[in-house]
Design a protein around this ligand. Structure first.
Ligand SMILES: Nc1ncnc2c1ncn2[C@@H]1O[C@H](COP(=O)(O)OP(=O)(O)OP(=O)(O)O)[C@@H](O)[C@H]1O
Ligand SMILES: [Mg+2]
Length: 281
């Protein structure tokens, strides 16, 4: 039986700007995340992705509808501590999340707030930094790290809380391609080896295709939800929603227009090259 971790049910969210003016950011959103899922959330600017992320651990409370984590509603303030222990959120800019001057202190901050005993915190900090290949930096000043390393420290801080799920809101947006790869690699490892549910918000289609499931938002609604191959088989629909296609798929579609008999769901450069080589032989 499916083990549901997060349930978003008929959620509306409006930002209240003044007494008679508000912006509707989420419109009847329904979403279920099962334990162990590896999901990418994509959508145009302003489509509601970050708002949804903030609702998942109770940073925001739905205007109507309900978000439940392990069955606990985020509406109940008494549940918030347990919910935040289950769902950790990492944001785009690590500078806004790093709170201590030294790496190991920063990673310890979350578990300390949870009231974990010091000996256990020490173990978790070592484990989290080691998992993210950052152990050698544990005594460094956080200010001396690169953006990519800071983001890994921010993820380590969440990891040290041993959450069931990590939600990452464009954590790679400020990173160079190598650091972006490192972060993605780590996320996959946390998912596959530690069973941690991952929800990654990204603008990079090439990142999204590495996930098992892609959820597409537009205008405060979830418009598409499925495995990458199914999602990218609908290029017309994605274009309507203002989304790019992965570059190898763009090339494959152009080649198809020129008469090359290629399948409609090519996602990676490797797949494209393999199909072209098969045509040649
Ligand atoms: N603090 C806020 N106050 C008022 N309106 C907001 C606030 N945050 C977001 N909004 C509005 O809510 C809507 C959804 O914004 P949100 O930030 O959730 O989108 P997003 O998909 O994360 O966009 P991006 O890709 O640019 O990060 C947008 O219309 C945005 O302008
Ligand atoms: Mg956002």
């Amino acid at each position: 039986m499916a083990d549901v971790l997060i349930e978003v049910e008929a959620v509306n969210y409006s930002y209240r700007l003044s007494e008679n003016c508000s912006i509707r950011a989420l419109n009847q959103v329904n979403l279920k995340l099962e334990r162990g899922e590896f999901v990418a959330l994509i959508g145009q600017n302003g489509s509601g992705k970050s708002t949804l992320a903030k609702l998942l651990n109770g940073l925001l409370c739905p205007t109507s509808g309900e978000v439940r984590v392990s069955g606990l509603s985020t509406r109940e303030r008494a549940h918030i501590k347990a919910i935040r222990a289950d769902v950790g959120v990492v944001f785009q800019n690590p500078d806004n999340q790093i709170v201590s001057t030294v790496v190991e202190e920063d990673v310890a901050f979350g578990p300390e707030n949870m009231g974990i005993p010091p000996a256990e915190i020490k173990k978790r900090v070592e484990w989290a930094l080691e998992t993210l290949h950052m152990l050698e930096y544990k005594h460094e000043f956080t200010s001396s790290l690169s953006d990519g390393q800071k983001q890994l420290v921010a993820i380590a801080g969440v990891l040290a809380m041993k959450p069931a799920c990590i939600v990452l809101d464009e954590p790679t947006a400020l990173l160079n391609p190598q650091s972006r790869q490192d972060v993605l690699h780590v996320l996959k490892k946390l998912n596959r080896e530690e069973g941690i549910t991952i929800l990654l918000i990204t603008h990079f289609m090439q990142e999204a295709i590495a996930f098992d499931r892609i959820v597409v938002m537009a205008d405060g609604k979830i418009c598409m939800d499925g495995p990458p191959r199914e999602i990218f088989r609908q290029p017309g629909r994605l274009a309507q929603l203002g989304m790019d296609l992965p570059l190898p798929l763009q090339l494959a579609l152009k080649l198809k227009e020129e008469g090359f008999p290629l399948p409609p769901d090519i996602l990676t450069a490797e797949e494209l090259v393999n199909h072209l080589c098969q045509l040649r032989s």
